[in-house]
Design a binder for this molecule. Structure first.
Ligand code: HPA
Length: 267
């Protein structure tokens, strides 16, 4: 499967050589609006399965963002959609094989801290994988990565501090914290939200961790940002909904777009 994805990606990329892969979270599709000289291909044409969630387009875009070439996944594969975890390893390993060196991963997440409100941005410093799944389960092909990857520095400190510097320069407030992944698709119960806070997490969501594991496996550097779309269950009066996630993501996406564009101007 990896070889097939590599072949399809190479056919699409031709003589373009992006070294950064950007994955856009729920409701963050508009971040792709800033990409110039775009070429777009559907996941279907790359042999990837189609993405099934509203707010996730299912396209790969290549183009220029800031000063650099970027490949952008507009739509991701959530495990709650029923995809096999290894699909994520295969897709990410294929991107690594065609020259991607850096993954910028974004998501919509619920806050586990009353002092980090909806509309906030949070730099992901580390994660807790509570999904019960791992994209590396199964036989390992050593050509793509090691059997037992080290996760001590999954989120690259240099890339992270560069993003924090740019945010400070631009006057964009950004929190820092630990992202906890649940499998979903149910939102959390109030007891789960209390438990996750005690475990040391700051935000909760249903994605990102498999992609980051696969990226570390494949030797990429990772930068992660959550858009906080709601307070965790029990920390707010409202009930949870995907519609609210999309609405809040849309507002914060403007800030995140500015930040990522500036980030891509550097180096
Ligand atoms: N929980 C899980 N995933 C989410 C949330 C949440 O509260 N908000 C956005 N994605």
């Amino acid at each position: 499967m990896i070889e097939e994805y590599v072949g399809n990606l190479q056919k699409f990329l031709k003589n373009r050589h992006p070294e950064t892969l950007l994955i856009l979270g729920s409701g963050l599709g508009r971040l792709a609006d800033d990409i110039l000289d775009k070429q777009v291909v559907s996941y279907q044409d790359l042999g990837f399965p189609a993405s099934t969630v509203s707010g996730h387009a299912g396209n790969l875009i290549i183009g220029r963002l800031g000063a650099k070439e970027v490949a952008c996944m507009q739509g991701r594969f959530h495990l709650y959609e029923g995809y096999k975890p290894e699909l994520i390893k295969e897709v990410i390993a294929a991107f690594a094989a065609v020259g991607i060196k850096e993954l910028i991963v974004t998501n919509a997440a619920g806050s586990l801290r009353a002092d980090m409100p909806a509309g906030s941005l949070m730099l992901i410093k580390d994660h807790i994988n509570l999904s019960g799944k791992n994209p590396l389960i199964g036989p390992n092909d050593e050509r793509f990565g090691p059997r037992f990857p080290d996760m001590s520095n999954a989120y690259d400190k240099v890339l992270s501090s560069r993003l924090l510097d740019i945010a400070a320069e631009q006057g964009i407030k950004i929190y820092e914290g630990t992202y906890l992944m649940v499998l979903g698709p149910t939102f959390e119960t109030p007891a789960e939200v209390r438990a996750f806070g005690i475990l040391g997490a700051d935000a909760v969501g249903m994605s990102t961790v498999p992609e980051v594991i696969a990226a570390v496996y494949a030797g990429m550097k990772v930068l992660g940002v959550s858009v906080i779309t709601n307070l965790g269950t029990g920390l707010q009066q409202k009930t949870q909904s995907h519609a609210e996630t999309l609405a809040q993501a849309d507002g914060a996406a403007v800030k995140l777009a500015r930040l990522l564009k500036m980030y891509m101007e550097e180096k």
